[in-house]
Design a protein around this ligand. Structure first.
Ligand code: NAD
Ligand code: MG
Length: 381
């Protein structure tokens, strides 16, 4: 069980919920980081007394340094500051709740320093799964999933003999636009894309849920965490988000993990594994649940899911390309520079125009592919 944690991206949706868990279980918080939200970071630092905080934005970091000058918390800045938080000496577990591929290097640095990882930042595994999993093995650390579906699978697998897994069944809420066809999606607004039926999350992942890119990223994430291929992972739409995912075993028995949609359960399990402790999440009351529904995903409308599956089959740097293209496209959509359907088209276009694939990938290959993909799209729009 974790006792001293560094929380990267502590001001975000997962970060703040991680601190709810830390508060409840008196975990020591050794470092906190944020992109630029120093107001909240200051409040967090005053409550949890970390040894250090880091802010990506240099100007914001300078302001926070002044604000925290009456405390013992040191303030650092930039990517180097975040690296320092990821490798803070006394911490045993790093919670990575940064959004986007920006989480990749801090994850690798933390692993190299022997830290266990509670990973919410799925883009790390999508873009750099091969090197991250290799580093986990080499340094003998544990990587616990925080993403609710992957935590569910991890929970379902407890007590199952090795080699008993036949299939993973990832559940998907279907996001804001379930049931809609391309024609109906042409003019949807940012506000509509940001209204998720069941979960309250950061903007990027909420848009990813509405395009179903999120499920595509999660199929790739699952392939790395549970060592399986595209054919071994089914996706099923389950609108109510009560079943967080399931496993099908070789004897065709199915084990599912259920509960209210509250990320503090998977966050806590990643921090307290294998213990089951009281959590801040509510108890489900099945008498209040009218029913559970299941549907096939619409791969023709939600092309991001289709493309992600294709990149998983192709392997190598293809998932890195899809992820980078999506990050740029979602950012442009949130800034209202492109339309909703452009996101899927940009991701598909980036993947189909990529060809220099490799099998033995280095970190530099990943970073360069990520950079080049972003530049190519930015030059076009
Ligand atoms: P968020 O936008 O709410 O928070 C992101 C955090 O990262 C913030 O603290 C922000 O300051 C920081 N950050 C942003 N850009 C950064 C950068 N370039 N460098 C360093 N720090 C940066 O996002 P979130 O919803 O909490 O999601 C975080 C990660 O967890 C994502 O990878 C997401 O896919 C994953 N995840 C989130 C949920 C959820 O319920 N929110 C569920 C499953 C997985
Ligand atoms: Mg998820």
């Amino acid at each position: 069980m974790a006792s001293k944690i560094s929380v990267l991206g502590s001001t975000g949706s997962i970060g703040t919920q991680t601190l709810d868990v830390a508060r409840m279980h008196n975990l020591e918080v050794t470092a906190l980081t944020a992109n630029s939200n120093i107001r909240l970071l200051e409040l967090q630092a005053r409550e949890f007394h970390p040894k250090m905080v880091a802010v990506l934005d240099l100007g914001a970091a300078a302001q926070l340094k002044v604000a925290l000058s009456d405390t013992n918390t040191e303030v650092f800045c930039g990517e180097e500051g975040i690296r320092m938080a990821a490798t803070e000496k006394s911490c045993d577990t790093v919670v990575n709740s940064i959004v986007g591929v920006a989480g990749l290097l801090p994850t690798l640095e933390a692993i190299k320093e022997g830290k266990n990882i509670a990973l919410a930042n799925k883009e790390t595994l999508v873009a750099g799964g091969s090197i991250v999993m290799k580093a986990v093995k080499e340094h003998g650390v544990k990587l616990y999933p925080v993403d609710s579906e992957h935590s569910a699978i991890f929970q379902c697998l407890q007590g199952c003999p090795e080699n008993s897994l036949k299939k993973i069944i990832l559940t998907a809420s279907g996001g804001s636009f379930f049931g809609k066809k391309r024609d109906e999606l042409r003019n949807v607004s940012v506000k509509e894309a940001l209204s998720h039926p069941n979960w309250s999350m950061g903007a990027k992942i909420t848009v990813d849920s509405s395009t179903m890119m999120n499920k595509g990223l999660e199929v790739i994430e699952a392939s790395w965490l549970f060592d399986c291929s595209d054919e071994d992972i089914d996706v099923v739409i389950h609108r109510e988000s009560i079943i967080h995912s399931m496993i099908l075993l070789k004897d065709n028995a199915v084990i599912a993990q259920l509960g209210v949609p509250d990320m503090r359960i998977p966050i806590q399990y990643a921090l307290t594994y294998p213990e089951r402790l009281p959590s801040p999440a509510a108890e489900p009351d099945f008498r209040d649940i009218a029913g559970m529904t299941f549907y096939k995903p619409d791969y023709d409308t939600f092309t991001c899911l289709t493309v992600c599956r294709e990149t998983l089959r192709r392997g190598g740097l293809y998932p890195t390309v899809a992820n980078a293209a999506n990050e740029v496209a979602v950012d442009m959509f949130l800034k209202e520079k492109i339309k909703f359907l452009d996101i899927g088209d940009i991701v598909a276009d980036a993947v189909s125009s990529f060809s220099e694939n490799k099998t033995d990938i280095s970190l530099e290959d990943i970073l360069q592919t990520d950079r080049e993909t972003r530049i190519r799209i930015k030059n076009k729009y």
